[in-house]
Design a protein around this ligand. Sequence first.
Ligand SMILES: [Zn+2]
Length: 492
Amino acid sequence: MTRSGVRTTVKVRVKAEVITTRKRKRLEQITGRDTRIIKQYLKVIYHNEEQIAITKKGKKKVSKAKLDHLTLTTCKMNKLPNRPTVRHDFKKSFPRCSQNEFQECRENAVAIYHSQQANNSAPAKDPTLKKIPRTQLSHAKRFILTCSPSNSIARWWVGIRDSFDTKKNNTHKHEKLWLPLACSPYHEHNLNQGKLQALEVLCYPKKKEWWVHFILLHVPDKYSSSRPPAVLGIDLGINKRAVSALLTPKGAINRHEIRFWSDKTRKKLLKETERKIAKLQKISAKHSLNVNKRDSLLHQLKSLRKRQRTEHQLTDHTYVNKLVKYILSVGKRYDLYVVVGFPLHIRKSHYRGNLYPHSRKNVHKWNYRRVVELLKFKLSLQGWEEHRILAIGESGTSSYCSRCGSYHTIRPNQPTFICHTCGYNLNADLNGAKNIAKRLIKYVLQPKYNSIKDQVSGKFFPLISFRVFPVLSQWLQTKQSHLLTPGAGVRA
Ligand SMILES: [Zn+2]
């Protein structure tokens, strides 16, 4: 996510089966040449690293001007030579490539170099195999996306301007390369969501497919309000997918603002696939000698696992969509901050041999990170600022009372929570959700540090972003505040 908006990609397949051989050849030539130029740029960068790269805040950054000084010749307007010779003359090596295309390739190469520096990875060793796409920008009118409903071949077409046909010393405007797209209503809807910024043409030689990736920018409306602030605490769970509680300035929790998000059909669906997989695994272990039968079994297993993955993703999407809908409806009434309890290190603590094999199995299957990331992404598309949806560590939030802060509590069974100090009796996950929301308020109003860390993105947000929080201070007042220190009561 950038400061100005969110970028998304819409991937559309090119109808390669209907385009002419000449067009296909040209497309192959263009993508091949782009790859060669980008790789050449990368070579020059690595070869002249000391001269080009500047270290800023411990990161190596390439100076694009210095890179141009090494690769491109220039002439002044009065035709006097300004930079007649350079060490690596790209115009000589690629005479039919235009200035714009060099620039786009340079941007790609620099981006690849920066990402390699960030990951501390070395440059790829076999450079011949993979094609690297060039990002073509729309602001220079490098391409056009049009819809022609009456066309019998394809409804959507993309026209790419490319200098490949330009003859040497005889520049002429050549026709655009028009590609028919296999655009479904889903793609159309997504393409209309944002502003078209750039595209990449990708080739998958194994499948003999071409894909166009459109890069869109979503600029959200500024979120400003005179509404009272509120914090929505969400406690993620395995059996119940989530519990949410809303803390408002009124000081008492509203019964109507408590939500339990469970999904019974999902559980049934996933269990069924899981059972099938287990059955096949058992059979395949028996038939270890019979090669033919084993192969077919493995093939079945593979497709089943693929189905399982899709089921997981689909159910996650529908459930997060519901959550987003609820959050948006609450956001209309309140200046809302959402905080999700993130179970840090939970997988580490559920190691093999810690006596809880059943819960270990469940914990390792639990996809909490994907849910939080999806939630963040979908809210950001709706114009939510990043600091309004935070993931903070939830450790310990289920073991103390959300009303009085006492640790003298008991959980007779998984869903029930009873406080011996104040007699509070409620759902344990709801208690957790309340404590998570309170934890954020505590971070802001009784700060130890001057920023709050988001555990998913790793970003830090200054406390100034939460300047409306003092109204919520009553949530931190407890009658028996001396019990807030851990160890004061008996830990259940
Ligand atoms: Zn209590």
